[in-house]
Ligand binder design. Structure first.
Ligand code: BYC
Ligand code: FE
Ligand code: FE
Length: 472
């Protein structure tokens, strides 16, 4: 029954009980998921009550329910946006045809690969964040961490539902493998690079939810356009939850900057470390690191995979209906390239379909910029001249055309020697990381906050900051 919470073992709005085979398969996967959660989910606090939001339907306004629950008892469910009557494919070679309710044979591998890649990031992020509960700056932040974690778990459920429903035995095997790979593991790592980077301090966590979850927003939005209707509907609902993850990151970094501003204006810039705040230049370096890693998640600038996905109608652009033309044929994208011998940057026009990763990445960068502008308003409000900037798209890239070359944050190409001589100004050094790590002490008294971050402007769901978000 659409939009209706069921009290089955797996809450859902996809009428799971009418498909006994699927229901049994998912009920078999469920204990494996819980085992994974126990082993790789947040360490500690599994027996504590946490003030969490649970998705209970897809009705706007009433989709979420807030209550104190123990994490292992969180009701991970399967929720898809309601089916749009007679939805048509919005782009690519099949534009105008009826959206697919089952997987077209010729696109089966392509779709499976995308769904697996998307699904893999969700448990990966939980694994990356699993130790952060030991050092949260407040109960409010601790609760936000766990909220993000349980919802990433639900996003895994969303992809596993698609694999089980539409990909038969292969899909079930892929679903099992989701619980086998491990973030950062040498033999069986997570699929995408950034999801193997450790997140061992809270500045990294806030940068991750600001920048990496925002990649999630853009990838999910591109998949929300998919001609494969169940994927589109799943991703639309996931985006509803994603907004809070980015809010956590955006406001988290903003509060760290605000704390720096307080100390810099009240005690003086030379007192930042002794007051236990984080220097702005370290914040900037973390921004440079996580922004550039997250830019890598969009794939190569020039990508035949991306062209194939678009042609097939499987992965569109961000808000495809805002574009005037939906075939993307006969149009070009002007790409920056680098000449390997002279290190000169030049431009080349490439077919637009091959530049779809870059088109999505451009939109992503503009969205990140809005957050940075909010942070800069905080600096301006304190009457300070310093500003946070985003590095050029070529800076510190490990994937695509610019990997293997070095660029300054302003985009200037440089040789290896120049890079080695200056990179410590732009990326966190071991010393920076050690300093940030030295501040990571838990602050779990109701209403109290650590020295390196300002309290939030307001609490969660109308509750005050000093609410018992986690009952210890
Ligand atoms: N790391 O044509 P290319 C989220 C591989 S975040 C490692 O350039 P393509 C979340 C690529 O697989 C959103 N490998 O790239 C956030 C290919 O391999 P093969 C996650 C990479 O395929 C926070 C080769 O390089 N969702 O939800 O156009 C918390 C050349 O490929 C990487 C998705 O990503 C990389 N960074 O694009 C929780 C959506 N980049 O064929 C959750 C699904 C590329 O040579 N994924 N490669 O073996 C996709 O749409 C695409 O796979 C990508 C790559 C955009 C990632
Ligand atoms: Fe997610
Ligand atoms: Fe997320």
């Amino acid at each position: 029954m659409p939009g209706f919470i069921t009290d089955e073992r797996i809450p859902n709005n996809v009428d799971l009980s009418s498909d006994k085979r699927l229901q049994r398969a998912l009920e078999k996967w469920q204990p494996a998921f819980l085992d994974w959660w126990t082993e790789m989910g947040p360490e500690g606090f599994q027996g504590n009550e946490v003030f969490l939001r649970t998705a209970i339907s897809v009705e706007s306004g009433g989709w979420a329910h807030f209550d104190h629950v123990r994490m292992p008892e969180y009701r991970w469910g399967i929720f898809l946006e309601p089916r749009e009557k007679e939805r048509k494919i919005g782009f690519g070679d099949h534009a105008g045809e009826a959206a697919w309710q089952t997987v077209p044979g010729e696109y089966r591998n392509m779709l499976r690969r995308i769904i697996v890649t998307q699904g893999d990031t969700e448990p990966a992020s939980v694994e990356q964040q699993r130790l952060l509960g030991k050092t949260a700056p407040s109960l409010y932040d601790l609760r936000n961490l766990f909220q993000v974690n349980v919802e990433e778990g639900r996003h895994l459920w969303a992809m596993v539902y698609l694999l089980h429903s539409f990909f038969g035995r292969d899909g079930r095997e892929e679903a099992d493998d989701m619980l086998e790979r491990r973030s950062g593991d040498a033999d069986s790592p997570r699929i995408l690079g950034t999801f193997n980077e450790p997140i061992d301090d809270w500045l990294s966590f806030f940068c991750f939810t600001m920048f990496t979850d925002r990649d999630g927003k853009y990838q999910l939005a591109a998949l929300a356009e998919s001609g494969f209707d169940p994927l589109a509907r799943t991703c639309r609902f996931m985006l509803t939850e994603e907004a809070h993850h980015m809010f956590v990151g955006d406001t988290g970094v903003n509060r760290i900057i605000e704390r720096w501003c307080q100390v810099a204006t009240e005690q003086g810039r030379d007192k930042v470390r002794s007051e236990g705040a984080i220097p702005l230049d370290i914040i900037q370096k973390y921004v440079n690191f996580w922004f550039s890693c997250s830019m890598d998640l969009f794939g190569g600038e020039q990508s035949s995979n991306a062209a194939d996905y678009f042609a097939a109608g499987i992965k569109g652009r961000f808000k495809e209906d805002k574009f005037a033309e939906h075939s993307a044929l006969g149009d070009v994208y002007t790409l920056q390239k680098i000449d390997a011998s002279s290190l000169k940057v030049y431009t080349e026009e490439i077919p637009l379909r091959n530049a779809m990763n870059e088109v999505l990445r451009d939109g992503y960068k503009a969205d990140c910029m809005k957050g940075v502008n909010r942070w800069n308003k905080t600096l301006a409000k304190f009457g300070l001249e310093e500003r946070i900037t985003l590095p050029d798209h070529k800076f510190h890239r490990q994937i695509g055309l610019y990997s293997g070359f070095h660029f300054a944050p302003d985009g200037t190409p440089m040789d290896d020697a120049a890079w080695e001589a200056q990179k410590d100004k732009w990326l966190p050094t071991q010393e920076d990381r050690d300093y940030v790590q030295s501040l990571m002490k838990p602050c779990y008294e109701q209403g109290k906050i650590a020295s390196w971050i300002a309290p939030p402007r307001k609490g969660i769901n109308g509750r005050p900051f000093d609410f018992d978000y986690v009952r210890l």
